[in-house]
Design a protein around this ligand. Structure first.
Ligand code: S3P
Length: 427
């Protein structure tokens, strides 16, 4: 499906942000490994999270998806059963990497595979620490990617120094640590999102965090929980950018998760001079949440790098669009991880921005953008990457001529109602 986006005359009103993708995945996984029932509200009904549900159903877990809530009838840490077919992880890196940690500790074999994009995502980053723990995991291709084959083995507790700041790697190792014979810890170069640590503790596990090291004790009894999923700041990012850059805008975004390991976009737009307020700050299921009030603003360029990067890694395509509407130079650096997302997001972002007439240059670890040029409508290939489709749809709201997004339906991965929301807030 292609989508045509026209210039906006202003964005006004209120949006309730759909559930956080990272937290929705984890709620299904931990609910499946818990004893008793877990009830999830505001679960993200995106294709990625539905892939996670499908994998656990295939392993014998009874999951009722009632849309308004999801009920998981967990069978405990050792209650999963061998699937009678290959697990389908779809487009989801989070499903692949986290579930591999769980599967490494099972007494049955599993193969898993996903779409063309997942078959290009690097899996050596999880195979290496899992192998150090004694896991029997291998890529069925010679490129270290899915499909993956995982066989039973005895897992040992290890300390792993991760070369990448990746919550997926960290979570994979911690989840394998549930099944290990001794405590398991992971140190990462920079702290990544900590939803696994927070939520596992909520289910009754013992995870401690000191600086960039997280440690898990093996073999806990997990107990089913009620989880209210906060709105996804990665989805709110599109409206933050649109509300700031489109003249005559004022938006209220309800129920946005602002966990400090995820809120980098707020810190960046504030540094750029944004008129953005956090109201009604409170905690839901152990996660910090607030409403955001955003008004059109005059912005200036900034530098985004270092420890900020993991706190906004998925928001960089949207931040790059915003940088085109800021005075002066924006430098995004230390973001090599962008190359191994659903697309190579350094290339796909710079390609799209240049097609719209922006002054954007790719670098080895990010990009440099000089703001202030009027963008023009263009045909943008989303490369089947949901965040590229949404970022350029927002850019399209700011172009004089219409913009066409190719494969625009990729938004269903993380934000099925995205285009309806544009219509809802357009004046
Ligand atoms: C995620 C972690 C991040 C992020 C992804 C979701 C998670 O990936 O980009 O969208 O839920 O743990 P990495 O761990 O590869 O950085």
């Amino acid at each position: 499906m292609d989508m045509i986006i026209n210039k906006s005359k202003g964005l006004r009103g209120e949006l309730t942000i759909p559930g956080d993708k990272s937290i929705s995945h984890r709620a299904i996984m931990f609910g499946a490994l818990a004893n008793g029932t877990t009830r999830i509200t505001n679960f993200l009904q995106g294709a990625d999270c539905l892939s996670t549900i499908g994998c656990f159903q295939a392993m014998g877990i009874d999951i009722e998806n009632n849309i308004s809530d999801v009920m998981i009838h967990g069978k405990g840490l050792h209650g999963l059963q061998e699937a009678d077919h290959m697990l389908d992880v779809g487009n989801s890196g989070t499903t692949t990497r986290l579930i591999s940690g769980i599967l490494a500790g099972q007494n049955f074999s599993t193969t898993l595979n996903g779409d063309a994009s997942i078959q290009k995502r690097p899996m050596k980053r999880i195979m290496e620490p899992l192998s150090l723990m004694g896991a029997n995991i291998r890529s069925m291709k010679d490129n270290g990617c899915a499909p993956l084959e995982i066989h039973p083995s005895t897992l040992h507790g290890i300390h792993y120094n991760s070369p990448v700041a990746s919550a997926q790697v960290k979570s994979c190792v911690l989840l394998a640590g549930l099944y290990a014979d001794a405590p398991t810890s992971v140190t990462e170069p920079v702290l990544s999102r900590n939803h696994t640590e927070l939520m596992l503790n909520g289910f009754g596990a013992n995870v401690t965090s000191v600086g960039t090291t997280a440690m898990i004790q093996p073999n806990p009894t997990l107990i089913g929980q009620d989880i209210a999923v906060p709105g996804d700041i990665s989805s709110a990012a599109y409206w933050i950018v649109a509300g700031l850059a489109v003249p005559n805008s004022e938006l209220v975004l309800k129920n946005v998760g602002i966990n400090p390991t995820r809120d980098g976009i707020l810190r960046v737009v504030e540094a750029m001079g944004a008129d953005i307020k956090r109201e009604n700050v409170h905690t839901v299921s152990g996660e910090l949440v607030c409403d955001l009030i955003i008004k059109s603003s005059s912005l200036h360029g900034t530098t985004v790098g270092g420890e900020l990067i993991p706190t906004l890694i998925d928001e960089i395509p949207a931040i790059a669009v915003l940088a085109c509407f800021a005075e002066g130079e924006t430098i995004i650096k230390d973001a090599q991880e962008l190359k191994v997302k659903e697309s190579n997001r350094i290339d796909t972002v710079v390609e799209g921005l240049r097609a719209m007439g922006a002054d954007a240059t790719a670098t080895d670890d990010g990009m440099i953008i000089h703001g202030g040029r009027q963008l023009h409508g263009a045909v943008i290939d989303s490369h089947l990457d949901h965040r590229i489709a949404m970022s350029f749809a927002i850019a399209g709201l700011l172009c004089d001529e219409p913009t066409t997004i190719l494969s625009a339906d990729s938004v269903a991965i993380s934000y099925p109602d995205f285009y309806e929301s544009i219509t809802k807030i357009s004046v």
